[in-house]
Design a protein around this ligand. Structure first.
Ligand code: SF4
Length: 338
Protein backbone atom coordinates (compact mmCIF):
# COMPACT_ATOMS: atom_id res chain seq x y z
CA UNK A 1 0.00 0.00 0.00
CA UNK A 2 1.46 3.40 -1.01
CA UNK A 3 1.98 6.05 1.59
CA UNK A 4 -0.17 9.13 0.82
CA UNK A 5 2.90 11.41 1.19
CA UNK A 6 4.53 9.65 -1.78
CA UNK A 7 1.86 10.76 -4.25
CA UNK A 8 2.27 13.96 -6.34
CA UNK A 9 -0.99 15.86 -6.95
CA UNK A 10 -1.28 14.80 -10.62
CA UNK A 11 -1.17 11.15 -9.64
CA UNK A 12 -3.70 11.73 -6.88
CA UNK A 13 -6.01 13.44 -9.40
CA UNK A 14 -5.79 10.33 -11.60
CA UNK A 15 -6.59 8.18 -8.60
CA UNK A 16 -9.77 10.16 -7.89
CA UNK A 17 -10.80 10.07 -11.56
CA UNK A 18 -10.30 6.29 -11.53
CA UNK A 19 -12.58 5.86 -8.53
CA UNK A 20 -15.23 8.02 -10.22
CA UNK A 21 -14.81 10.95 -7.90
CA UNK A 22 -13.83 14.54 -8.74
CA UNK A 23 -10.33 15.54 -9.77
CA UNK A 24 -10.36 18.54 -7.39
CA UNK A 25 -10.48 16.13 -4.44
CA UNK A 26 -6.70 15.79 -4.85
CA UNK A 27 -6.28 19.52 -4.18
CA UNK A 28 -8.49 19.23 -1.09
CA UNK A 29 -6.39 16.37 0.26
CA UNK A 30 -3.17 18.26 -0.52
CA UNK A 31 -4.48 21.29 1.37
CA UNK A 32 -5.26 19.16 4.42
CA UNK A 33 -1.87 17.46 4.38
CA UNK A 34 0.44 20.31 3.41
CA UNK A 35 -1.37 23.56 4.23
CA UNK A 36 -3.51 22.77 7.28
CA UNK A 37 -1.18 19.94 8.33
CA UNK A 38 -4.12 17.73 9.25
CA UNK A 39 -2.98 14.13 8.96
CA UNK A 40 -5.88 12.29 10.62
CA UNK A 41 -8.38 11.46 7.94
CA UNK A 42 -11.23 11.66 10.50
CA UNK A 43 -10.54 15.38 10.84
CA UNK A 44 -10.72 16.14 7.10
CA UNK A 45 -14.14 17.63 7.51
CA UNK A 46 -15.32 18.31 3.96
CA UNK A 47 -14.53 14.83 2.65
CA UNK A 48 -17.48 12.40 2.53
CA UNK A 49 -17.39 9.24 4.64
CA UNK A 50 -17.33 6.91 1.64
CA UNK A 51 -14.24 8.68 0.23
CA UNK A 52 -12.57 8.65 3.65
CA UNK A 53 -13.19 4.92 3.84
CA UNK A 54 -11.71 4.41 0.38
CA UNK A 55 -8.61 6.49 1.22
CA UNK A 56 -8.08 4.55 4.45
CA UNK A 57 -8.28 1.34 2.49
CA UNK A 58 -6.00 2.44 -0.37
CA UNK A 59 -3.29 4.53 1.34
CA UNK A 60 -0.97 4.36 4.29
CA UNK A 61 -0.97 7.57 6.37
CA UNK A 62 1.86 6.59 8.74
CA UNK A 63 4.89 8.73 9.60
CA UNK A 64 8.58 8.16 10.15
CA UNK A 65 9.72 9.19 13.66
CA UNK A 66 12.23 11.63 15.10
CA UNK A 67 14.48 9.43 17.24
CA UNK A 68 17.11 11.95 18.30
CA UNK A 69 17.85 15.64 17.92
CA UNK A 70 21.20 17.35 18.48
CA UNK A 71 21.60 21.12 18.49
CA UNK A 72 24.41 23.60 18.09
CA UNK A 73 24.17 27.39 17.70
CA UNK A 74 22.74 27.63 14.19
CA UNK A 75 22.25 23.99 13.32
CA UNK A 76 20.06 21.08 14.36
CA UNK A 77 20.65 17.48 13.35
CA UNK A 78 17.73 15.05 13.30
CA UNK A 79 17.99 11.29 13.39
CA UNK A 80 14.86 9.63 11.97
CA UNK A 81 13.70 6.07 12.45
CA UNK A 82 11.96 4.52 9.45
CA UNK A 83 9.19 1.95 9.77
CA UNK A 84 11.65 -0.93 9.08
CA UNK A 85 14.02 0.30 11.83
CA UNK A 86 16.58 1.89 9.47
CA UNK A 87 17.94 5.28 10.50
CA UNK A 88 18.60 8.39 8.41
CA UNK A 89 19.59 11.97 9.16
CA UNK A 90 18.70 15.50 8.09
CA UNK A 91 20.34 18.75 9.02
CA UNK A 92 18.64 22.08 9.54
CA UNK A 93 20.68 25.27 9.22
CA UNK A 94 19.79 28.87 10.06
CA UNK A 95 21.18 31.41 7.56
CA UNK A 96 20.71 35.13 7.21
CA UNK A 97 18.64 34.43 4.07
CA UNK A 98 16.35 31.77 5.60
CA UNK A 99 16.25 28.24 6.97
CA UNK A 100 17.62 25.39 4.92
CA UNK A 101 17.37 21.67 5.33
CA UNK A 102 19.69 19.07 3.89
CA UNK A 103 17.73 15.84 3.39
CA UNK A 104 18.90 12.27 2.87
CA UNK A 105 17.85 10.30 -0.21
CA UNK A 106 18.98 6.75 0.58
CA UNK A 107 19.80 4.51 3.54
CA UNK A 108 23.58 4.31 3.04
CA UNK A 109 25.21 5.03 -0.32
CA UNK A 110 26.91 2.91 -2.97
CA UNK A 111 29.01 5.63 -4.58
CA UNK A 112 31.98 4.95 -2.33
CA UNK A 113 33.59 8.41 -2.24
CA UNK A 114 36.77 7.82 -0.27
CA UNK A 115 36.43 10.85 2.03
CA UNK A 116 32.77 10.35 2.91
CA UNK A 117 31.56 9.21 6.30
CA UNK A 118 27.98 9.07 5.03
CA UNK A 119 28.88 6.51 2.39
CA UNK A 120 30.80 4.15 4.68
CA UNK A 121 27.56 2.25 5.10
CA UNK A 122 26.73 0.64 1.74
CA UNK A 123 23.31 1.32 0.35
CA UNK A 124 20.65 -0.68 2.14
CA UNK A 125 17.77 0.75 0.16
CA UNK A 126 16.37 3.82 -1.55
CA UNK A 127 14.16 6.11 0.46
CA UNK A 128 10.53 6.20 -0.61
CA UNK A 129 9.23 9.64 -1.54
CA UNK A 130 7.19 9.95 1.68
CA UNK A 131 10.29 9.31 3.79
CA UNK A 132 11.94 12.38 2.28
CA UNK A 133 8.79 14.57 2.33
CA UNK A 134 8.21 13.73 6.00
CA UNK A 135 11.75 14.84 6.96
CA UNK A 136 10.52 18.35 6.08
CA UNK A 137 7.06 18.06 7.66
CA UNK A 138 8.40 16.75 10.96
CA UNK A 139 11.18 19.32 11.22
CA UNK A 140 8.83 22.20 10.39
CA UNK A 141 6.50 20.92 13.08
CA UNK A 142 9.40 20.71 15.52
CA UNK A 143 10.72 24.23 14.92
CA UNK A 144 7.28 25.81 14.29
CA UNK A 145 8.73 27.67 11.32
CA UNK A 146 8.73 27.28 7.56
CA UNK A 147 11.79 25.94 5.79
CA UNK A 148 12.81 28.19 2.89
CA UNK A 149 15.50 26.15 1.12
CA UNK A 150 15.95 22.43 0.50
CA UNK A 151 19.16 20.71 -0.50
CA UNK A 152 19.20 17.02 -1.42
CA UNK A 153 22.74 16.46 -0.24
CA UNK A 154 22.46 14.28 2.88
CA UNK A 155 23.10 10.54 2.92
CA UNK A 156 22.80 8.95 -0.53
CA UNK A 157 23.10 9.83 -4.19
CA UNK A 158 19.77 11.35 -5.29
CA UNK A 159 20.21 10.37 -8.94
CA UNK A 160 20.59 6.73 -7.86
CA UNK A 161 17.01 7.10 -6.53
CA UNK A 162 15.78 9.29 -9.37
CA UNK A 163 12.03 8.59 -9.56
CA UNK A 164 11.37 8.85 -5.82
CA UNK A 165 13.41 12.05 -5.47
CA UNK A 166 11.76 13.67 -8.48
CA UNK A 167 8.32 12.94 -6.96
CA UNK A 168 9.63 14.48 -3.74
CA UNK A 169 10.51 17.64 -5.68
CA UNK A 170 7.08 17.68 -7.35
CA UNK A 171 5.38 17.58 -3.92
CA UNK A 172 7.52 20.17 -2.16
CA UNK A 173 7.44 22.52 -5.17
CA UNK A 174 3.65 22.22 -5.70
CA UNK A 175 1.87 25.49 -4.72
CA UNK A 176 -0.82 23.29 -3.11
CA UNK A 177 1.89 21.16 -1.50
CA UNK A 178 4.76 22.38 0.69
CA UNK A 179 5.25 25.20 -1.84
CA UNK A 180 9.01 25.71 -1.84
CA UNK A 181 10.09 27.58 -4.98
CA UNK A 182 12.10 25.58 -7.52
CA UNK A 183 14.94 28.06 -7.27
CA UNK A 184 15.17 27.31 -3.55
CA UNK A 185 15.63 23.59 -4.21
CA UNK A 186 19.05 22.11 -5.02
CA UNK A 187 19.89 18.55 -6.00
CA UNK A 188 23.49 17.48 -5.60
CA UNK A 189 25.04 14.63 -7.55
CA UNK A 190 28.46 13.04 -7.63
CA UNK A 191 28.15 12.97 -11.44
CA UNK A 192 25.78 10.36 -12.87
CA UNK A 193 25.81 11.80 -16.39
CA UNK A 194 22.68 10.18 -17.94
CA UNK A 195 20.60 11.35 -14.98
CA UNK A 196 21.98 14.90 -15.25
CA UNK A 197 20.62 14.89 -18.80
CA UNK A 198 17.22 13.58 -17.65
CA UNK A 199 17.08 16.10 -14.81
CA UNK A 200 17.88 18.94 -17.22
CA UNK A 201 14.77 18.07 -19.22
CA UNK A 202 12.52 17.29 -16.26
CA UNK A 203 13.35 20.12 -13.84
CA UNK A 204 14.89 23.05 -15.64
CA UNK A 205 14.13 25.47 -12.77
CA UNK A 206 15.68 23.40 -9.96
CA UNK A 207 19.31 24.04 -9.01
CA UNK A 208 22.01 21.51 -9.74
CA UNK A 209 25.13 21.05 -7.62
CA UNK A 210 28.00 18.78 -8.61
CA UNK A 211 30.32 17.10 -6.12
CA UNK A 212 33.45 17.69 -8.18
CA UNK A 213 36.30 17.48 -5.63
CA UNK A 214 39.09 17.19 -8.23
CA UNK A 215 40.34 19.11 -11.27
CA UNK A 216 41.27 16.03 -13.33
CA UNK A 217 40.43 12.35 -13.84
CA UNK A 218 43.58 11.07 -12.12
CA UNK A 219 42.75 12.64 -8.76
CA UNK A 220 39.02 12.10 -9.17
CA UNK A 221 39.55 8.39 -9.89
CA UNK A 222 41.42 8.09 -6.59
CA UNK A 223 38.69 9.59 -4.44
CA UNK A 224 35.44 9.12 -6.40
CA UNK A 225 34.77 5.73 -8.02
CA UNK A 226 31.93 7.23 -10.12
CA UNK A 227 34.63 8.98 -12.12
CA UNK A 228 35.64 5.63 -13.66
CA UNK A 229 32.16 5.29 -15.15
CA UNK A 230 31.82 8.93 -16.30
CA UNK A 231 34.99 10.79 -17.23
CA UNK A 232 35.38 14.44 -16.33
CA UNK A 233 35.09 15.47 -19.96
CA UNK A 234 31.71 13.72 -20.28
CA UNK A 235 30.56 15.21 -16.97
CA UNK A 236 31.55 18.74 -17.98
CA UNK A 237 29.74 18.39 -21.31
CA UNK A 238 26.51 17.37 -19.55
CA UNK A 239 26.88 20.38 -17.24
CA UNK A 240 27.46 22.76 -20.14
CA UNK A 241 24.27 21.38 -21.76
CA UNK A 242 22.38 21.91 -18.47
CA UNK A 243 23.50 25.55 -18.38
CA UNK A 244 22.68 26.10 -22.04
CA UNK A 245 19.17 24.68 -21.70
CA UNK A 246 18.26 26.05 -18.26
CA UNK A 247 20.27 29.26 -18.20
CA UNK A 248 21.02 28.47 -14.56
CA UNK A 249 24.27 28.66 -12.64
CA UNK A 250 25.77 25.40 -11.41
CA UNK A 251 27.44 24.95 -8.04
CA UNK A 252 30.60 22.85 -7.79
CA UNK A 253 31.32 21.39 -4.37
CA UNK A 254 35.01 20.93 -3.65
CA UNK A 255 36.12 19.31 -0.39
CA UNK A 256 39.65 20.42 0.50
CA UNK A 257 41.80 17.35 1.29
CA UNK A 258 45.37 17.99 2.36
CA UNK A 259 47.95 17.01 -0.29
CA UNK A 260 45.30 15.30 -2.38
CA UNK A 261 43.40 17.97 -4.30
CA UNK A 262 44.44 21.22 -2.61
CA UNK A 263 47.72 22.29 -4.25
CA UNK A 264 48.21 25.53 -6.17
CA UNK A 265 48.56 23.41 -9.36
CA UNK A 266 45.13 21.90 -8.65
CA UNK A 267 43.69 25.41 -8.22
CA UNK A 268 45.15 26.47 -11.59
CA UNK A 269 43.88 23.32 -13.29
CA UNK A 270 40.42 23.83 -11.75
CA UNK A 271 40.39 27.43 -12.98
CA UNK A 272 41.11 26.23 -16.53
CA UNK A 273 38.46 23.53 -16.29
CA UNK A 274 35.78 26.00 -15.18
CA UNK A 275 36.77 29.03 -17.24
CA UNK A 276 33.76 30.51 -19.05
CA UNK A 277 31.26 28.26 -17.27
CA UNK A 278 28.39 29.95 -15.41
CA UNK A 279 29.15 28.49 -12.01
CA UNK A 280 30.41 29.03 -8.56
CA UNK A 281 32.73 26.89 -6.53
CA UNK A 282 32.08 26.08 -2.91
CA UNK A 283 35.32 25.19 -1.13
CA UNK A 284 34.50 22.95 1.81
CA UNK A 285 36.94 22.56 4.71
CA UNK A 286 37.08 18.80 5.34
CA UNK A 287 35.89 17.43 8.64
CA UNK A 288 38.32 14.78 9.77
CA UNK A 289 36.71 11.68 11.25
CA UNK A 290 38.24 8.79 13.19
CA UNK A 291 37.39 6.26 10.50
CA UNK A 292 38.88 7.93 7.42
CA UNK A 293 42.54 8.89 6.96
CA UNK A 294 42.23 12.18 5.03
CA UNK A 295 43.46 15.39 6.61
CA UNK A 296 41.88 18.81 6.50
CA UNK A 297 43.71 21.38 4.35
CA UNK A 298 45.32 24.12 6.47
CA UNK A 299 43.51 27.42 6.49
CA UNK A 300 46.39 29.23 4.74
CA UNK A 301 46.29 26.81 1.82
CA UNK A 302 42.49 27.06 1.54
CA UNK A 303 42.94 30.82 1.25
CA UNK A 304 45.74 30.43 -1.34
CA UNK A 305 43.53 28.07 -3.37
CA UNK A 306 40.65 30.54 -3.10
CA UNK A 307 42.88 33.41 -4.29
CA UNK A 308 44.03 31.52 -7.38
CA UNK A 309 40.44 30.79 -8.40
CA UNK A 310 39.41 34.38 -7.73
CA UNK A 311 42.32 35.79 -9.76
CA UNK A 312 41.28 33.56 -12.65
CA UNK A 313 37.77 35.00 -12.59
CA UNK A 314 36.01 32.01 -10.98
CA UNK A 315 33.19 32.77 -8.52
CA UNK A 316 34.21 31.06 -5.32
CA UNK A 317 33.22 30.92 -1.66
CA UNK A 318 34.58 29.07 1.34
CA UNK A 319 31.73 27.28 2.99
CA UNK A 320 30.72 28.52 6.39
CA UNK A 321 31.11 25.62 8.75
CA UNK A 322 28.03 24.33 10.45
CA UNK A 323 27.59 21.88 13.20
CA UNK A 324 30.91 20.11 13.47
CA UNK A 325 30.14 19.80 17.18
CA UNK A 326 27.09 17.70 16.42
CA UNK A 327 28.64 15.67 13.58
CA UNK A 328 26.28 17.46 11.23
CA UNK A 329 28.92 18.83 8.92
CA UNK A 330 29.37 17.78 5.33
CA UNK A 331 30.41 14.16 4.92
CA UNK A 332 29.63 13.37 8.55
CA UNK A 333 26.07 12.21 8.27
CA UNK A 334 25.49 8.60 9.06
CA UNK A 335 22.75 6.04 8.90
CA UNK A 336 23.51 4.79 12.38
CA UNK A 337 24.47 6.09 15.79
CA UNK A 338 27.82 4.32 16.14
S1 SF4 B 1 29.77 11.99 -0.97
FE1 SF4 B 1 27.62 11.62 -1.46
S2 SF4 B 1 27.70 10.26 -3.27
FE2 SF4 B 1 29.74 10.17 -2.31
S3 SF4 B 1 29.62 8.37 -0.93
FE3 SF4 B 1 29.08 10.23 0.26
S4 SF4 B 1 26.83 10.30 0.21
FE4 SF4 B 1 27.51 8.94 -1.45
Amino acid sequence: MKNIFSIPRNDLENYFININDKKFRATQIFEFLYKKRIYDINNMNNIGNNIKEKLRHDFDFSFIKIKLKQEDKDVKKYLFELSDGNLIESVLMYHDYGISICVSSQVGCNMGCAFCESGRLKKIRNLETYEVVQQILLIENDIKERISHVVVMGIGEPFDNYDNIMNFIRIINDPKGIDIGARHITVSTCGIVPKIKEFTNDFSQVNLAISLHAPNDTIRNKIMPISKAYKLNELMNSIKDYIKITNRRVTFEYIMLENINDTNECAKELSNLLKGINCYVNLIPYNETENIGFKRTKKMQILAFYDILKKNGINVTIRKEFGSKVDAACGQLRSNQN
